[in-house]
Design a protein around this ligand. Structure first.
Ligand code: RAT
Ligand code: ZN
Length: 415
């Protein structure tokens, strides 16, 4: 049945509320990875986004912060960002959304009480609760074989939880070759620092071995603003001579997350990365030169968004995803999602959560869904105004595409 104009917002709201989400980029882990899975109020409060915010209000030496226990850091953040100031930033608001959604009362401002609640939970049951509350079908993790704590679990080849799929993350291979080649050597690959044909074939063997082991949804790397291909940098050479052929051969797309300026303030550690505008020509070059390869692309700088959408219109082997990191704020998500929908229709994935703490799945999706719902309602309203008709099933279909369906369809395509 066709939807009446005045009912469109209600129908979209329901469809967005109920959709089962594919979260295509997170940093959470299944239970095999034990302590690498972060959850609960102290992990929420010590999220690196909040570390950056709290240090703006303090003259404490950075070293002192890093010497503190997680609990003490969390106490400090609670006091400074929630009690001495109102939690109006996106990352502080997120903590409140989580507390409310799991049945706690944010108006009590009772950090100890919240801690008791989480201490009483069993992690496996809590995973179920979070996935149910956030309507998650499955998440894609970030799995870096160069991280020893992860590697030792992968090489056991244990079966994981099907709701957690893997992504083979290869930043060290691409951006730290002069040290990471030593690791490859240690693991039995016949490489030297010099990038010879032999080295490329050994890197390909390394990637294939890890693809066989992890069965990843994609390979991925975070790349700096100055990332440029073609060029004679190690990053460019390894991508063109090893990643591209392996990605094609295994039909595992290459996800490029471009524009992260690593450790702009090293004292802040993980919280110290910044952003820079990157060169869209690199993205277009790869899509043009390798039309049979598939690329998942997100860019960090707001200034890159328009040209990225245009590039995606030109190259069907680019799938644009997410409002990444510093863009994951309602005002910016709204702008970018409109821009993308106006030029790509439904052929993109508006958001991923980037959750580092399990519970963040709840707030990241709650906040983004509200914005995406608004954008979609406006777009439907415009065409209904001009006489188009839409059924409830069509709204459901469209919403499913935006929250994972289109991504899955892209994974299945072979160009
Ligand atoms: O958003 C974040 O938490 C960043 O620190 C990064 O992890 C980024 O998302 C990445 O995947 O490199
Ligand atoms: Zn991330």
């Amino acid at each position: 049945m066709n939807i009446k104009k005045e009912e469109i917002s209600k129908v979209v709201k329901k469809a967005v509320e109920e959709v089962q989400i594919v979260d295509l980029h997170t940093h959470i882990f299944d239970l095999r990875f034990k302590d690498l899975l972060l959850w609960g109020v102290d992990d929420l409060l010590t999220y690196h986004y909040l570390i950056a915010e709290v240090m703006r209000l303090s003259d404490m030496p950075y070293d002192e912060l890093w010497k503190m226990s997680v609990k003490d850091q969390s106490n400090l953040i609670w006091k400074k960002l929630f009690i001495e100031n109102s939690p109006v930033s996106e990352a502080t608001r997120g903590v409140i959304t989580v507390l409310k959604s799991v049945g706690l009362d944010p108006s009590k401002r009772d950090l100890e009480g919240y801690r008791k609640f989480f201490a009483s939970k069993k992690v496996d049951e809590y995973i179920d609760l979070v996935f149910k509350t956030a309507h998650i079908k499955y998440v894609v993790m970030t799995n870096d074989p160069f991280v020893e704590d992860e590697r030792k679990i992968w090489i056991k080849n244990e079966k994981g939880d099907a709701r957690f799929k893997s992504a083979l993350r290869i930043d060290p291979l691409l951006v730290k070759w002069p040290s990471s080649y030593l690791k490859l050597k240690e693991w039995g690959y016949d490489v030297e620092e010099k990038l010879t044909e032999k080295a490329f074939s050994e890197i390909k063997r390394f990637l294939s071995d890890w693809i066989d082991r992890m069965n990843p949804v994609y390979m991925a790397a975070s790349l700096p603003p100055e990332f440029k291909i073609p060029s004679d940098t190690e990053t460019a050479l390894i991508i063109e001579n090893a990643i591209i052929p392996v990605s094609y051969e295994h039909n595992v797309p290459f996800a490029m997350m471009i524009g992260a300026k690593k450790l702009s303030n090293p004292q802040l550690k993980l919280a110290g990365d910044s952003v820079g505008k990157a060169d869209i020509n690199t993205v277009e070059y790869l899509a043009r030169m390798y039309p049979h390869n598939k690329f998942l692309i997100t860019m960090l700088s707001r200034e890159n968004q328009h040209e990225l959408v245009v590039a995606a219109r030109k190259f069907r082997n680019i799938h644009v995803f997410g409002c990444w990191w510093f863009l994951n704020n309602p005002s910016v998500v709204d702008e970018i999602t409109r821009e993308r929908m106006e030029m790509l229709g439904l052929s993109f994935t508006p958001q991923h959560s980037d959750a580092r703490v399990l519970d963040q799945l709840i707030y990241k999706w709650d906040h983004s869904k509200k914005v995406i719902e608004k954008v979609l309602t406006d777009k439907y309203s415009d065409i209904l105004e001009d006489g188009w008709v839409i059924t409830e099933e069509e709204v459901k279909r469209d919403v499913e595409k935006l929250f994972g369906g289109e991504f899955e369809a892209f994974l299945k395509r072979r160009f």
